[in-house]
Structure formats: structure tokens, C-alpha cells
Ligand binder design. Structure first.
Ligand SMILES: Cc1cc2nc3c(=O)[nH]c(=O)nc-3n(C[C@H](O)[C@H](O)[C@H](O)COP(=O)(O)OP(=O)(O)OC[C@H]3O[C@@H](n4cnc5c(N)ncnc54)[C@H](O)[C@@H]3O)c2cc1C
Length: 246
């Protein structure tokens, strides 16, 4: 039963992303055909980037939906993917526990447990017992002639939320900005934050005109909207920056 580390790889992203967003934006305000704007746009990427940064900051975000990023992710727990798939404006393809037998399942160790030897021993003991129980269930089902995905789909009921999974995620640039605003915040759960942080690094590199100020909401706002109880203290509180108008 191996422990797995988080790995994120960009599989694909929309080509000519800047020209595409630019043409879609410009189409809203121009009598010209977006097909022609798209071709001309490629000649001046600096101007396009500046325009797109301004437009995105203004809240005119629908042109960003034309650009998509697809990531391959491994070394995440089922606890993470349960949270991830709550983001509905995205596409997912996840490793199946029906078709992939978990007779030597990998797992994620939360950092608080990893740094406490007693807790780590308890965690590993529990995982070991679960693995034995899962394998025993497969064995018992097999003795009744139930094998393959029919056996896997029922034996998996004993598997823990910490078991490792792999998933392919596609999100458009607008949804990614939203995802980062929620999941790069220090209030987000540590594992999904680690995933979002890695995806953000890739997006910033691939498309800085859109993602240079992306991240937790505070990065663009330059104040913390979470309030005194939840703030991490990196930015001042909203009430200290924006005075209520009466
Ligand atoms: C810190 C934190 C704690 C959380 N705690 C819990 C919890 O305890 N329990 C729990 O159940 N969830 C919890 N969640 C999940 C949260 O409620 C959302 O389900 C999740 O973050 C997905 O966000 P979303 O709906 O904005 O995103 P998406 O599904 O990605 O949607 C993007 C945006 O599209 C719009 N949209 C999409 N679908 C609809 C719709 N049907 N109607 C109207 N507008 C729509 C909304 O503007 C939405 O923000 C938590 C999330 C965070 C970040």
C-alpha cells in the first residue's frame, strides 16, 4: 500500500488563446467579423494582452469561456475529488473503483497526521485493516462466483476517503478564475488548496494576461473579504479599507 504525492500535468489548452478571447471581446463592440479580428489580432499580442486584462477586470468575463485548460491529476484523495466535483461548470473523468481493483490501494496522508508519529501509526494501522477487509470481501465474493467489476463495486464500500484517485479536469478560464478565488484562499481545505495552487502556477505561465492577478479573492481585491474571524491576515480587512457609505 504506497503513499502517493500530488502531481498535476497540463494535458491541453486552447491554442491562440489570446487572439480568441480578444476576437470574442471585440466582436461585442465591433461591426467587423470576429473571423477577421482573430487573424489581425495575432500581429499585436502586447496590445491584446493589455485589452484582455482590462476587460476581465471589468467583469466582462464571458469571452474567457472560449478558452479551456485540461489537467491530469494524480495523488489526490477521494475526499478531495468529492469537493472538486461540486464545481459544476467543468468536465471530469475519474478513475473508477469498479473497473480498477483496489487490492493494493494507494493513499494520501494529511500533513497533521504525517508529522505526529503516534497518529501516523494509527492511520497506517487502520488503512492496513481496511485493505485486508477489502481483499477478504473480494475473496468471499469470488467464492460465490462474483468477480470483476461486480465484486469491485461492492467491496469498495469499505474503502476510505483517504484512498488515492486520479482525475482529468477541464475548466474554462472563467471557471478557473472562480475556482482559484475559492480554493486558493487559506480558508479552503489544505488538499484542494494544494491542487488549486499547482493549477494556478500553470495557468499563470500559460496565459498571464488572464491569470496574473488570479488566486484567492484578496489578490485582486487587495483586501480580505472573509472578516475578522476567518482572515489569514495577509491583507487588511474589507472594513478597514472600504468605508461604508451612508
Ligand atoms: C471554504 C469552503 C467551505 C465549504 N463548505 C461546504 C460545506 O460545508 N458543505 C457543502 O455542501 N459545500 C461546501 N462548500 C462548497 C460550496 O458550497 C460550493 O458548492 C463549491 O465551492 C462550488 O462553488 P460554486 O457553486 O460557486 O461553483 P460552480 O459550480 O463552479 O459554479 C460557478 C458559478 O456558477 C454559478 N452557478 C452554477 N450553478 C448554479 C446554479 N444552479 N444556480 C445559480 N448559479 C449557479 C454561480 O455563480 C457559481 O458561483 C465549501 C466551499 C468552500 C470554498
Amino acid at each position: 500500500m504506497p503513499e502517493k504525492e500530488l502531481k498535476v500535468k497540463l494535458l491541453s489548452s486552447t491554442p491562440d488563446a489570446l487572439s480568441l478571447i480578444y476576437a470574442a471581446c471585440r466582436q461585442c463592440y465591433s461591426a467587423e467579423f470576429a473571423g477577421d479580428i482573430f487573424e489581425k489580432a495575432k500581429e499585436d499580442s502586447g496590445k491584446m494582452a493589455e485589452f484582455i486584462t482590462k476587460i476581465a477586470a471589468s467583469g466582462h468575463e464571458s469571452p474567457l469561456e472560449h478558452v479551456k485548460f485540461t489537467f491530469a491529476v494524480q495523488g489526490v484523495s477521494r475526499a478531495l475529488t468529492h469537493q472538486l466535483v461540486r464545481h459544476r461548470l467543468a468536465s471530469y473523468s475519474q478513475q473508477s473503483q469498479r473497473y480498477v481493483k483496489e487490492d493494493n490501494f494507494s493513499f494520501i496522508v494529511p500533513p497533521t497526521i504525517k508529522k505526529d508519529p503516534e497518529a501516523l501509526k494509527e492511520y497506517e494501522d487502520v488503512l492496513g485493516r481496511i485493505q485486508k477487509g477489502y481483499n477478504r470481501l473480494l475473496h468471499l465474493l469470488k467464492s460465490k462466483g462474483i468477480v470483476g467489476e461486480k465484486a469491485n463495486q461492492d467491496a469498495r464500500f469499505v474503502l476510505p476517503q483517504g484512498s488515492e484517485t486520479k482525475i482529468v479536469i477541464t475548466m474554462n478560464a472563467r471557471e478557473l478564475l472562480h475556482f482559484f478565488s475559492l480554493r486558493c484562499c487559506s480558508r479552503a481545505q489544505w488538499e484542494i488548496k494544494a491542487l488549486a495552487d499547482k493549477m494556478l502556477v500553470i495557468c499563470k505561465k500559460e496565459l498571464p494576461a488572464v491569470f496574473s492577478k488570479a488566486g484567492a479573492k484578496c489578490e485582486a481585491l487587495e483586501y480580505c473579504p472573509e472578516g475578522k474571524k476567518f482572515t489569514c491576515g495577509r491583507y487588511p480587512l474589507k472594513k478597514d479599507v472600504i468605508k461604508e457609505s451612508r
